[in-house]
Write a protein that binds this ligand. Structure first.
Ligand SMILES: Cc1cc2nc3c(=O)[nH]c(=O)nc-3n(C[C@H](O)[C@H](O)[C@H](O)COP(=O)(O)O)c2cc1C
Length: 324
């Protein structure tokens, strides 16, 4: 677990309590947990562009507790990285609460992944299979609550919906009674991949609980975020792929501005981002603004210096673009 400055001090920003944010009546804009992508450098970038709350990628709680190596590679943070939620994949209350104790000085809360539909996760008892195990979710939330002293430390869940929405509503009511701080709903069933998001189901869930609900799925612009927020009556929206394509989305940009691309370069170089991650994010961000031919060249680049040369040649001097 690397913490790039102030490892033991709870940062000032952490006073920005996500629970208070959700009760403010304002749209809370959330960057989703994304394996490989929602790491410190990317979180730093989206925060610069009006993102209110960030999640780490999903971390397997058992590995995190067992191995220092896993902790060092899976979780890096710094003083400006807040408010922050650490998402865990877990199927055991004791292990999850051990993991929560390890991260609680550095984060505002933890989230339990109850939505990952991948076969390996479900086979190990993680992810979306938890929407069918409300008692296990209850035990995990209770143990974290009992062992982490701070009442402000949030425990949230991120779910998919059932075919039978009554079951999802039942799950959410039980989670609320257990002390879950808020629930993020990806409005698709476990089987659904590209089908339209069931925003009506998210609205129905919101109408049946009192805790904050965050709507997730297929939101690609600030305008869409505001529409979904209003349509569902929820307290916030969470975005994954829309932010990969355009990290400045929450600030109202329709396409990734050049400034954001150069900000990514600065931030990732400063924080020491591995080349693969640095390059992959740029490929996502430049998807819409490059031709097929340009993509072929850009995607084949294999060093940071080659990428920097390419960007300078095609998008001008960094200092010039910063003034745009
Ligand atoms: C690259 C990638 C990685 C993801 N990793 C996670 C994860 O670690 N935990 C999780 O709960 N969901 C994960 N998801 C799902 C997203 O958080 C989100 O629920 C889903 O993509 C729908 O939102 P979107 O339409 O805004 O992309 C991931 C999605 C993508 C595209």
């Amino acid at each position: 677990m690397r913490s790039d400055s102030l490892p033991t001090t709870i940062c000032q920003e952490r006073k920005k309590d996500p629970i208070e944010m959700f009760h403010s009546g304002q749209l809370v804009k959330v960057c989703a947990p994304m394996v490989r992508y929602s790491k410190l450098a990317f979180r730093t970038l989206v925060r610069k562009y009006s993102c209110d709350l960030c999640y780490t990628p999903m971390i397997i709680a058992a590995d995190f507790v067992r191995s220092i190596k896993a902790r060092d590679s899976e979780f890096t943070t710094n003083q400006g990285d807040c408010p922050l939620i650490v998402q865990f994949a877990a199927n055991d209350a004791r292990l999850l609460s051990d993991a929560a104790l390890l991260v609680c000085p550095y984060a505002n809360g933890i989230d339990i992944n109850c939505g990952c539909p991948q076969r390996w996760a479900m086979a190990d008892g993680y992810g979306a299979c938890l929407i069918n195990k409300p008692e296990l979710v209850h035990d995990m939330v209770r143990q974290v609550r009992n062992r982490v002293e701070s009442p402000r430390f949030s425990v949230s869940i991120k779910i998919r919906i059932h075919d039978d929405l009554a079951r999802t509503i039942d799950l959410c009511r039980k989670a609320e009674a257990t002390g879950v701080s808020w629930i993020t709903v990806h409005g698709r069933t476990v089987e659904e991949r590209h089908q339209p998001v069931h925003y009506d189901a998210i609205k129905m869930i919101k109408e049946n609980v009192s805790i904050p609900i965050v709507a997730n799925g297929d939101i690609r612009s600030l305008k869409e975020a505001e529409n979904v927020w209003q349509m569902t009556g929820t307290d916030g929206v969470m975005v994954a792929r829309g932010l990969l394509a355009n990290p400045a989305m929450f600030a109202g940009y329709e396409e990734t501005p050049l400034k954001c691309i150069w900000d990514w370069v600065d931030i990732s170089l400063e924080l020491g981002t591995p080349f693969m991650c640095f390059h992959q994010h740029l490929m996502y961000m430049m998807e819409k603004i490059t031709s097929r031919q340009e993509k072929r060249v850009f995607n084949a680049l294999s060093s940071t210096s080659a990428v920097l040369d390419y960007l300078t040649d095609h998008y001008g001097d960094e200092s010039l673009s910063k003034s745009l």
